[in-house]
Ligand binder design. Structure first.
Ligand code: GLU
Length: 259
């Protein structure tokens, strides 16, 4: 089975924005298990800007700061993945919006990713933050991951976050909010409801981008699971999803339930 797994900044960095080898190791040990069970894995990782902030000790003030911090952080991020995954080989792939929209570049991106996978290596993907300005950015890795899942005809998209699923309301503000186990179809109404929600920290995503990712995946017949990165053995639980009650499952279109 082919999985695209997205992990957010807060799941690879500590609270002070330092890259956490420990968090990456914990995540990667789960990837190893999936690889040993013959799954194909593509990772979409955030954390370049976060790791840059941790390295330089500077909070970004403008877009150029962010791009420069991403240049520094991306190198550290890859080093941490390669160290954690060894002896599994890692291939860094940095994508821009055009790489996914322009037909020739889309085809080239796909061929490259297929070739990396065919060698048993794991593509570790991020947006090419250092060269993308506001107009041509995808801007968030939730949507990037969904687009990669569509490009690569993945069977399952997993978004690992600091929240363990989609709630009826913001659980930080409303203690009565409860987690939704399954979403058959993300509606325009759902998108509207979460569009104003605040975003946290150095990552750019919030629930709105997760719903957008789910919508992109669902339309392509790909199921998505949103779950907490800190949940022990979360990927193993998602693999045996039928007997796991956690996370939120966004079902694939017309009952094509792959997740
Ligand atoms: N590409 C950004 C980074 O690696 C993260 C974008 C996001 O948080 O969705 O820092």
């Amino acid at each position: 089975m082919r999985w695209v797994i997205k992990i957010g900044t807060s799941s690879v960095c500590d609270i002070d924005a330092r890259l956490s080898q420990e968090k990456i190791d914990r995540f990667v040990s789960q990837l190893r298990i999936l690889v040993s069970r013959e799954h194909e894995i593509l990772v979409v990782t955030s954390g370049a800007v976060g790791a840059g902030v941790g390295a330089v000790g500077k909070t970004p003030q403008d877009v150029t700061d962010k791009q420069a911090l991403a240049a520094i952080g991306q190198a550290r991020l890859m080093e941490a993945y390669q160290r954690a995954l060894h002896p599994i080989i890692v291939g860094q792939v940095l994508l821009t919006r055009q790489d996914l929209e322009d037909q020739d570049r889309r085809q080239a991106s796909r061929s490259t990713l297929e070739r990396v996978l065919s060698w048993g290596a794991i593509p570790v993907i991020n947006e090419n933050d250092t060269v993308t300005d506001a107009e041509i950015r995808i801007g968030d890795n939730d949507t990037l991951a969904a687009r990669v899942a569509v490009l690569m005809e993945a069977h399952r998209l997993v978004i690992l976050s600091d929240i363990d699923g989609l709630y009826t309301e913001n659980p930080k503000k409303n203690p009565g909010a409860h987690r939704i186990e399954a979403v058959p179809w993300v509606t325009a109404d759902d998108m509207q409801r979460f569009s104003s929600e605040e975003r946290g920290g150095l990552g750019t995503g919030g629930m709105a981008t997760k719903l957008e990712a789910a919508r992109i995946a669902q339309e392509a017949g790909i199921g998505m699971v949103l779950a907490a990165s800190q949940e022990p053995d979360v990927l193993d639980k998602i693999e045996g999803i039928k007997s796991w009650q956690g996370g939120t499952r966004f079902l694939a279109k017309r009952g094509m339930i792959r997740a």
